[in-house]
Every structure is written in structure tokens, then in C-alpha cells.
Design a protein around this ligand. Structure first.
Ligand SMILES: [Zn+2]
Length: 432
């Protein structure tokens, strides 16, 4: 039973480090890395370097120059820490984003206090995802200390800007080759998807701005102009009666959670027509004008069974149909971003490894899930061309971005045992 013996040694070591795990999580929460604007990235990277460098991780701090939001006041810093094993082999990489979202209202705890109350540590980012970062660090440290003869390498990265698209974080690193298949073979992203759940990937997204055109005229004589908002109303009507019912019919075999997202969806992120809203404090009346432009941003989430060209065509078909029915109808469409859906195979090595660790630690089989929205896996998949990637980490997804966000110490410790066990599997036992 060498296998169980290895696991027991690691678990004993992790249990011993529980206070360290708590203190590390609290320290990370106490560095306010709000994004936007992207504060204190350098500080949190230095903190991680000061922790990992004395433990023989080679640490690189990498600024994502000229990416969205990067400037002298808010530089986009990332850290990649790599600990080489005793011999060559594969590399397991843990990637966590260091940024957190705005606080919002209704906090009853100090959002940057890292307060420990029973089994819970409170603070913005506790769940999404400083708790996951802390758990992966403790797992990696306990592993390298307990199995110094391991093969390959363990990497930990802390990256910027996940909450705003990841361009100054994982996308930048992927472009620089940090996720190239020659360097990294397995990636675990400790996002809060639930202790027993392996997230295989995410749906796709296509964002576009649609503009309808009109002609300005005096509002008392609208027949002399052409109202862009009425044209857009016709587009919305076509979407309500034809497109939305059609989207609801497109179901997926992807195990998306929540279940309501196991179909194609489309949100209208914004809608604007006519003159701009007056500035706050302006007390005058609006002027009477026929709107010559209306704009709408759509957020279409699509399935692995769909392809992006069809998704786009579906929207242009709506616009062309309206055009054929309405005199004077003219539109423009501009793509804002596209994210291709991704789903790692259930028999990929990182998946089977984490699944058997979940069974071992929790005594139940792993759940396989897919995220309704995307996260940094999109860049690892598309730019890095690395398919052996999952999200797995502690924390309750529903708490992300909420007031009084917390992470449970017991969940972090269990997830650290699971991450550590898959390191044993991939870098010790399979490598032997
Ligand atoms: Zn996150």
C-alpha cells in the first residue's frame, strides 16, 4: 500500500499546516487588489515571491506591458514561480488570478480584514479566489517538502485581470510561451467551483454591438426624420418572437451549471438610443429630436455543439429579415469579443488524477461541470494550445462577488489534500 502510505504522509503534513494556510489566506485578503482599476498587483506578486523564493521556487515577476489597463499607476504584474524536481518530467501548473471585484453594498464584515470566525475566513476575494490560491500554495509546499525526489516541476502563478478578461494576465503569459505544451503539461485553476466538482471548461461567448441608423429631425415632425429606436424596436421584436424561442431549443450535452445554462442564451447588455443622458445635476429638459442612432450590445453564450459562424449568421439573419420588411432600415454590426467554448476530455490525465483524489479524500465520485461563463482557461486553450486543463478549487461559486464573501478553512484543507494527491499521482507514482 505504498500509494495510500504516500497519501497519508501528505495529509498529515497538510493537517500540520492548517494555521499557516489560515494566515496565508488572511494575508492575501489584506492586500486589496481591486480590479478595476487593478491595484496592488506588484505588492501581491512581491508577497508571493517572498514566500516562495526561500522554498526554492524560481520566481519571475512579469509585467504585461501595454495590455488593457496597464499604465504606470496601475501596472499589470504577474508572478510565475517554478520549483524543479529531482529529475526531468512533466510540469503541473496551478494558476490563480489575484484580482478581486468591487465591494458593493451590505458588508457586515471588513472586506479587507481576513477575519476568521469559526471555520470561515471573510473578505473580498476569500472565495474568488484567494482561498484557492492559498490552498494550492500549501498543497505544493507540503508536496515538495514531503516528496523532494519528485519528477518534473510544480508551478504556481498569480495573474492579473481575470475579472476583466485576463488580457494583462494569463493571455499575456500564454502569448509569451508560459503555457506552451513543451513547458507545462497539466493546469489546475483553483476557481471556486465546489469541493467535489471538476470544471472541464466553459461555454463560448460572442459579444457584438448592433447599431440601427435613422435621420434626425424635429420631434414635433417625426415624419420628416426616421427613428432609429423604432428600427431597433423591430429588431427586438424579431428577437423576442423568433430568436429567443429558437435559442431555448438548442440544448447541450455539456454539464453546465446551473442547469438553466444548458442551452444557448443571449443577454442584452445595454441599449441606448437618441441623445445622451444629461449629466448628473443638469436640471434642464431634453430637446425634441428624432434619434438618428440606436445601439445595443448583445452577449450571446454558445455551446460546444454550435460554431461561431452560425452564431453570427443567426444575428445577421435577424437583421436582414427586418431589413427586408422595413423601409429605410439600415444597420451596422461590430464584434466586441469572441470566446470559443472549451471542454477538456474526461479521460485527460489531469481530470482522472483529480477525480481519483476527490474519491479518496471525500469518499464520493467527482462531479463534472462546465462553467456558464468563461475564465482564464480560454487563453490556456486558445493561445497556449494546452488541452489538459481544469478548474478545481475550494469555495462556493454563489458567494463570488457577493457581500460577506467567505471561504471555509475545512474546504481549503480538503482541496489542498486533493491537489497534493494529484501531484503525487502525476509527479511521483506515474513518473516512477
Ligand atoms: Zn475567479
Amino acid at each position: 500500500m505504498a500509494h495510500q502510505d504516500n497519501i497519508d504522509r501528505l495529509n498529515t503534513e497538510l493537517d500540520r499546516r492548517k494555521d499557516d494556510l489560515i494566515a496565508l489566506t488572511q494575508d492575501l485578503i489584506r492586500i486589496p487588489t481591486l480590479n478595476p482599476p487593478g491595484e496592488n498587483y506588484r505588492l501581491i506578486c512581491e508577497y508571493l515571491r517572498d514566500r516562495l523564493a526561500p522554498r526554492y521556487f524560481q520566481c519571475e515577476l512579469i509585467r504585461a506591458h501595454d495590455t488593457p489597463g496597464d499604465c504606470e499607476k496601475y501596472p499589470r504584474w504577474n508572478i510565475v514561480a517554478r520549483r524543479e524536481g529531482a529529475r526531468s518530467g512533466e510540469c503541473v501548473h496551478f494558476n490563480s488570478h489575484t484580482d478581486i471585484v468591487e465591494l458593493g453594498q451590505d458588508w457586515t464584515r471588513d472586506p479587507f480584514g481576513g477575519e476568521l470566525d469559526g471555520d470561515k475566513i471573510y473578505g473580498r476575494g476569500a472565495c474568488d479566489m484567494k482561498g484557492g490560491l492559498a490552498a494550492s500554495i500549501i498543497a505544493a509546499e507540503a508536496f515538495v517538502d514531503t516528496f523532494p525526489d519528485f519528477s518534473g516541476a510544480v508551478e504556481i502563478s498569480g495573474t492579473a485581470d481575470e475579472e476583466t478578461g485576463g488580457f494583462g494576465g494569463v493571455a499575456y503569459l500564454a502569448e509569451k510561451g508560459y503555457f506552451a505544451p513543451a513547458r507545462v503539461q497539466h493546469v489546475i485553476i483553483p476557481e471556486p467551483l465546489g469541493l467535489d466538482s471538476i470544471c472541464l471548461g466553459h461555454r463560448g461567448a460572442w459579444w457584438a454591438e448592433i447599431e440601427t441608423k435613422g435621420r434626425i429631425a424635429h420631434g414635433s415632425m417625426p415624419f420628416l426624420g426616421d427613428c432609429a429606436v423604432r428600427h431597433m424596436g423591430a429588431v427586438l421584436n424579431e428577437m423576442e418572437t423568433e430568436l429567443y424561442p429558437a435559442l431555448a431549443q438548442k440544448r447541450t450535452d455539456m454539464p453546465v451549471i446551473p442547469k438553466g445554462a444548458r442551452q444557448s442564451t443571449m443577454n442584452i447588455n445595454s441599449f441606448h438610443g437618441g441623445q445622451n443622458e444629461p449629466e448628473a445635476g443638469f436640471t434642464g429638459l431634453p430637446s425634441p429630436c428624432v434619434p438618428d442612432s440606436a445601439r445595443m450590445v448583445i452577449d450571446r453564450r454558445f455551446l460546444i455543439e454550435e460554431n461561431i459562424d452560425d452564431v453570427q449568421k443567426e444575428i445577421t439573419d435577424v437583421l436582414e429579415k427586418v431589413k427586408s420588411e422595413r423601409e429605410g432600415f439600415a444597420y451596422k454590426i461590430r464584434e466586441i469579443q469572441r470566446i470559443i467554448p472549451t471542454m477538456t476530455a474526461k479521460d485527460a490525465p489531469v481530470v482522472t488524477s483529480v477525480a481519483s483524489a476527490i474519491q479518496n479524500v471525500l469518499g464520493k465520485p467527482a462531479e463534472y461541470v462546465v462553467s456558464p461563463g468563461s475564465y482564464d482557461q480560454k487563453h490556456i486553450d486558445r493561445i497556449g494550445q494546452l488541452k489538459n486543463c481544469i478548474a478545481y478549487g475550494p469555495g462556493i461559486l454563489e458567494l463570488a462577488h457577493q457581500p460577506d464573501e467567505y471561504v471555509e478553512v475545512s474546504a481549503m484543507l480538503d482541496s489542498a489534500k486533493i491537489m497534493g494527491q494529484s501531484l503525487i499521482d502525476l509527479l511521483v507514482e506515474k513518473a516512477a
